[in-house]
Design a protein around this ligand. Structure first.
Ligand code: ACO
Ligand code: ZN
Length: 288
């Protein structure tokens, strides 16, 4: 691809202490695409053509965290909420970086209609970006995530599911159900399937018998409790093969394999968070 940062694999991004190999085309300015390495300030995400330029930039750049409000913190993990209109430069730079790892997403310049939720990990040098998701300020299609990304050095450590969980916690605060924008990438689908399955199984396994009768729950109730859109609840139940037709009605059957698999997966999972409306408003956070 002409003008592509990824036209050959020797074109890398340096971000903080990480060297990232882009997976896909990202429309950085044409004159920079012939460089073997692009240097990014890990805090404001500005791209520079040389290490020297980056070093000069770092003497002037005061940011040690993403711009915007820190809306959640527990331990070393924080979430920052960034308005695509108020922090246009940062949001555009974030989109350019994200596009290196997202195949079919096209948002780079018109960031006004979006909010960006950036997850960071803190150490003595600052708040280092781990991943993010973007979200339309108004979605007519119930989308609660536009793009979601864990930067490659942090992938497969549970951060993706933490980002997904956060997106649903925001939907709960809004009192809405939500769904990620389609199409999902292969990795996106894997992560969402895993999150939906665990979230729904947790509810089903907590159901108590009702006066000795089989416990009952509707798809709508599962959707309301989890903020997962109804269609995604149904597709997950089908994917897990839980739905059976028995004596004229639909029943959900949890096999021992499913229960065991779920319990093992939950033991491995990162500590979870629940946004409380109070803390969301005061921009601190709580971790229950
Ligand atoms: N191979 C197999 N399984 C994987 C892989 C992989 N490479 N990566 C993640 N998974 C599985 C994990 O095993 C886990 O499932 P489990 O808990 O049941 O074992 C689940 O996916 C989530 O894993 P996490 O570690 O929480 O996710 P991660 O931090 O790696 O982030 C993400 C997942 C965000 C999709 C990441 O792979 C990524 O950024 N990919 C590139 C960008 C992308 O494709 N984004 C989604 C586009 S769709 C959209 O934006 C709406
Ligand atoms: Zn900077």
């Amino acid at each position: 691809m002409t003008g592509s940062l990824v036209s050959d694999r020797s074109h890398d991004d340096i971000l903080g202490r990480h060297r990232l190999k882009p997976w896909y085309f990202s429309p950085y300015p044409q004159e920079l695409t012939s460089l073997p390495i692009l240097y990014l300030c890990e805090f404001c995400l500005k791209y520079l053509k040389s290490l020297k330029c980056l070093q000069r930039h770092l003497t002037k750049c005061n940011l040690r965290h993403p711009p915007g409000n820190e809306i959640y913190r527990k331990g070393t993990i924080s979430f920052f909420e960034i308005d695509g209109r108020k922090n246009k430069n940062y949001s555009q730079n974030l989109c350019l970086l994200a596009k290196c790892f997202l195949d079919h997403k096209t948002l780079y310049y018109d960031t006004d209609p979006f909010l960006f939720y950036v997850m960071t990990e803190y150490d003595s040098k600052g708040f280092h970006i781990v991943g993010y998701f973007s979200k339309e300020k108004e979605s007519t299609e119930d989308y609660n995530v536009a793009c979601i990304l864990t930067l490659p050095p942090y992938q497969r450590r549970g951060y993706g599911k933490l980002l997904i969980e956060f997106s649903y916690e925001l939907s709960k605060v809004e009192g809405k159900t939500g769904t990620p924008e389609k199409p999902l990438s292969d990795l996106g689908l894997l992560s969402y399937r895993s999150y939906w399955s665990q979230t729904i199984l947790e509810i089903l396994m907590d159901l108590k018998p009702d006066n000795g009768e089989r416990p009952q729950i509707t798809i709508n109730e599962i959707s309301e409790i989890t903020s997962v859109k109804k269609e995604d609840v149904i597709s997950t139940l089908q994917y897990l093969n839980l739905i059976n037709y028995y004596k004229g009605q639909y029943i959900l059957t949890l096999s021992e394999d499913i229960v065991d698999g779920h319990e093992k997966a939950m033991q491995k999972r990162q500590p979870r968070f629940f946004l409380c409306v109070l803390c969301f408003t005061c921009h601190k956070g709580c971790w229950i």
